[in-house]
Design a protein around this ligand. Structure first.
Ligand code: UDX
Length: 460
């Protein structure tokens, strides 16, 4: 089939490349000339495993072309995927200006029937606003359909998730639109992937509902982790136990410093606002947000508890991206943690396998902040090591070398990447999230525990 994808950002580019790779001919419209130059050279402007190779292959085999001319894109196909950004506005709502702009351009350029598909995450009933805009600006009285086909791509797994979806959700309002989707997604339904045909409003809600449920799971396990720390139970054992229930599932039950990224935080806020605009109070999501925001404070308290004074201490930080296998730092927990440590006058040595360049743009080097190109270099004379993103190379670090390089063998693990038993044997002072603190024989630690137990007794 011939397909047009409007927007070559994270969602649009992955959609365009993957639809080309399953045999369609795809034109992708991108207004940023810098991005377009890279794409036309077969270079992917975003880092996603296997995206670069797939992009190059489909450009070489002429199934994928890029343009900045919207008219060319609109006239190329009757299937138009709208993949432009819906960033968070200042009041926590989704900024729909790019979607409206594209809807108007489609109206002004369409010369035949069009199936206009919302791929970006959009508030419920956006399909009605797109329809109104097209009717308002269309030059000719042409037939068209609006549909919703939300994406469920995780950063770092975007191509994998597109090519191996748990299900494909499609909201349609006509049999014609339904038939076009059945043809387009036949390569997936032929291998048994579930194509769920529903109404537009339902499809729009499903996207927000999925993301916010994932966030609820994360805040739930983080809430449990706080209890586990006080009763010396390993949160991962609890997560394994509840996650073994198929109705719950183990995924998204990893306790840590909380969720970040360009989707979960934004979608939760937008969903709360959408509900409130219909007079419904999403208090459960507000609590989810609150628990997540507080993870930063709790992690900093853990640092203070175990470092004592932070001032003038040399602290190594492993992990700046909001999750592994991405260079994306949007809403990353590391940003707040590092800003607070700088305010506390610590000296920071930062390392991340991919996200350093992006992070540097927000937090430039200065006399308190150094960026290192190697995780071990970041450890030299460090009084503590903080793990904020669970990159594979951190899990595989040589702990003997880590201990040798550090001034004090103190690790505060915000993503539970190490096994406490292994750490115990290496005689580290080790703290993680929701697991009994494992310490070597250390006067300060036992004084600290005695002080805490005394204060608990006083409170009884
Ligand atoms: C998410 C959704 O998973 C995806 O379906 C949607 O399309 C876009 O938003 P993404 O933001 O890329 O994807 O990352 P995800 O893997 O969901 O992780 C989001 C955040 O949650 C990360 O900061 C991650 O560290 C955190 N997380 C994830 C946890 O803290 N614990 C977990 O168990 C899982």
């Amino acid at each position: 089939m011939k397909i047009t994808v409007i927007g070559a950002g994270y969602v649009g580019l992955v959609t365009a490349v993957c639809l080309a790779d399953i045999g369609n001919t795809v034109i992708c419209v991108e207004k940023s000339s810098a991005t377009l130059d890279e794409l036309n050279r077969g270079m992917s402007p975003i880092y996603e495993p296997s995206l670069q190779e797939m992009l190059q292959k489909n450009v070489d085999e002429e199934r994928l072309i890029f343009t900045h001319i919207m008219e060319e894109g609109i006239k190329f196909s009757d299937i138009l995927f709208v993949c432009v950004g819906t960033p968070e506005s200042k009041v926590g709502k989704a900024d729909m200006s790019q979607v409206e702009e594209v809807s108007r351009q489609i109206a002004e350029n369409m010369d035949s029937y069009k199936l206009i598909i919302e791929k970006s995450t959009v508030p419920v009933n956006t399909h009605k606003l797109i329809k109104r805009t097209i009717k308002r600006y269309a030059r000719k009285n042409l037939e068209f359909d609006i549909a919703s086909n939300p994406e469920f791509l995780r950063e770092g797994f975007a191509v994998h998730d597109f090519m191996n979806p748990d299900r494909i959700i499609v909201g349609v309002e006509s049999k014609r639109a339904e038939n076009q989707f059945r043809e387009l997604y036949k390569p997936f339904t032929d291998i048994g992937i579930n194509l769920i045909i529903t109404k537009n409003a339902a499809a729009e809600i499903i996207k927000y509902a999925s993301n916010s449920f994932l966030a609820i799971k994360i805040s739930y396990i983080n809430m449990l982790a706080d209890l586990c720390e006080r009763i010396n139970v390993d949160i991962n054992m609890v997560a394994d136990g509840i996650g073994a229930d198929k109705r719950i599932g183990r995924d998204f039950l990893n306790a840590g410093v909380g969720y970040g990224g360009s989707c979960l935080p934004k979608d939760i806020k937008a969903f709360i606002n959408i509900a409130e605009s219909y007079g419904v109070d999403f208090s459960l999501l507000k609590e989810t947000e609150k628990i997540n925001k507080n993870r930063i404070n709790q992690f900093l308290e853990k640092i203070e508890d175990n470092l004592w004074s932070i001032k003038d201490k040399k602290i190594a930080v492993w992990g700046l991206s909001f999750k592994p296998d991405t260079d994306d730092i949007r809403e990353t927990p590391s940003l707040d943690i590092i800003k607070r440590l700088v305010d506390a006058q610590a000296y920071l040595m930062l390392y991340d396998p991919k996200a350093t360049d992006n992070f540097k743009k927000l937090v430039p080097e200065n006399n308190q902040i150094k960026y290192l190109k190697d995780k071990y270099e970041a450890l030299i004379d460090a009084d503590a090591l903080l793990i904020i993103t669970e990159w594979k190379e951190f899990k595989e670090a040589n702990l003997d070398r880590v201990k040798e390089l550090m001034n004090i063998p103190l690790i505060i693990d915000g993503r539970n990447i190490f096994d406490p038993e292994v750490i115990k044997n290496k005689e580290f002072d080790y703290y993680s999230i929701g697991r009994d603190p494992v310490k070597s024989d250390n006067e300060e630690y036992f004084e600290y525990i005695i002080k805490k137990e005394d204060s608990n007794i006083e409170n009884i």
